[in-house]
Design a protein around this ligand. Structure first.
Ligand SMILES: [Zn+2]
Ligand SMILES: [Zn+2]
Length: 131
């Protein structure tokens, strides 16, 4: 599943870390694993993969935490926002879709680690909502 080209700017909550990703992106997905849950503090994490070539940290740099052997998670050391996962040497960087300035541009198309998915996520669309 590959998406379109173009420029996809984004960054952390406080603005200390800003990036510019360039499409085409691929594999937009939800991950329900426990590591992503803990790393983000959210019930699940939505990722999209961008080519490292054409990706730039435009301002600041993330801090890195090796959450599994060979897998680094980048986050802002000022505000704590989770930004990405990266395997050094890989041609792709996996960005958290929520860090994009325009997250509506990329919708997840599949889910992984379904055996760890929180059961109450099934009820999300039935919950009463506020604007
Ligand atoms: Zn920040
Ligand atoms: Zn995960």
């Amino acid at each position: 599943m590959a998406g379109s080209g173009g420029i996809y700017p984004g960054g952390c909550l406080c603005g200390a870390v800003r990036f510019r990703a360039t499409g085409p992106w691929e594999s937009p997905h939800w991950c329900h694993c426990e590591t992503c849950r803990k790393a983000t503090g959210a019930p699940a994490a939505a990722f999209v993969n961008f080519p490292v070539e054409g990706f730039e940290w435009e301002q600041g740099e993330p801090a890195w935490y090796e959450s599994s052997p060979g897998i680094e998670r980048g986050f802002c050391s000022v505000c704590g926002t989770s930004l990405c996962t990266f395997e050094p040497g890989d041609a792709l960087i996996s960005l958290l879709i929520g860090c994009l300035d325009e997250p509506e541009r990329i919708a997840p198309t599949y889910q992984i680690w379904m055996r760890r998915r929180l059961s109450w996520l099934d009820d999300l669309n039935d919950l009463p909502g506020r604007p």
